[in-house]
Write a new protein. Structure first.
Length: 150
């Protein structure tokens, strides 16, 4: 499993601290290839991170912008990505265990809170309960244009 992280200029400092912390813990973590500048655009980071997440189904992504909303919207435009904006470790747990999220987004949080949410996200297993799997499959089917349940 690789963890891919990307952040626009509003999340760059936090992303660097997270990267360094996770690297020290022994995680295989990769920074987005998109250069950060005052004129950057959060969708570029979301798309780059998500593309790398999709290279292996075990990969996870972390995307950061000013508040996590815009970058999560952009990430969810990438087919195969389920990105959740999280604000707590409970959100991180439910995002992965109930919704099968493979990317989390946030912004405007402390390093301590970010690391707590990330730890929860990494350690939480993907869903196994039938009700969660059924719901996720509906999302996948709709995304692929084959859901006819409406």
């Amino acid at each position: 499993m690789k963890i891919i992280i990307g952040a626009d200029h509003r999340g760059a400092n936090l992303a660097t601290k997270i990267y360094e912390n996770l690297k020290e813990q022994g995680y295989d973590i990769i920074k987005s290839n998109v250069p950060t500048s005052e004129e950057d655009d959060y969708p570029d980071f979301a798309f780059d991170v998500c593309k790398q997440v999709l290279e292996n189904k075990e990969n996870l992504g972390i995307v950061i912008c000013g508040n996590g909303i815009g970058i999560s919207i952009a990430a969810n435009k990438v087919q195969g990505i389920r990105c959740a904006r999280v604000t707590s470790k409970e959100d991180a747990h439910h995002a992965k265990n109930h919704n099968g999220a493979n990317v989390i987004a946030f912004g405007g949080v402390t390093l301590e809170d970010a690391l707590e949410m990330i730890k929860t996200f990494i350690e939480t297993p993907f869903p196994t309960e039938e009700r969660h799997l059924r719901r996720i499959q509906k999302i996948i089917d709709y995304e692929q244009g084959v859901y006819n349940g409406l």
